[in-house]
Write a protein that binds this ligand. Sequence first.
Ligand code: HEC
Length: 117
Amino acid sequence: MRRGLLFVALLLSTSHSIAEEYDPTTGLVIAEGWQLVRIHCGGCHSHALVTGQRADRQTWLDVIRWMQATQNLWQFDAATESGILDYLSANYPPQANRRRAPIPPSLRPPMDTNESR
Ligand code: HEC
């Protein structure tokens, strides 16, 4: 019995450390720097515009520069900007492993005639 409980506790703690946590209000992944993005990136549009984007650090910077040049986004001090970029490039990188692996062709349904391939 004791052993069983220990096993369950172990399972729970393991899955907890693997699972990402999300802020229920903004949908942002809770990780270092997320508060910066919560504060600075939700004033003009939904945070969903942020969480729906995937980009490397340079491209995130380009998006910020574009908003600063054309959308009245304010300037950030260097520490804030790099904190934002660290967070975004770590948690919303290109080709993030958030998608499942492709289904092998043998397991896919037969190709649909509507499909343009
Ligand atoms: C001062 C207002 C403002 C703030 C603050 C702001 N944005 Fe934006 N952002 C915009 C506007 C306006 C658009 C264009 C929205 C549209 O096309 O519907 C936009 C678009 C975007 C897009 C979509 C770009 C694309 O290519 O479609 C992303 C991603 C984005 N913002 C991320 C951010 C991030 C990250 C932050 C925080 C660093 C941020 N925004 C803060 C005004 C802002």
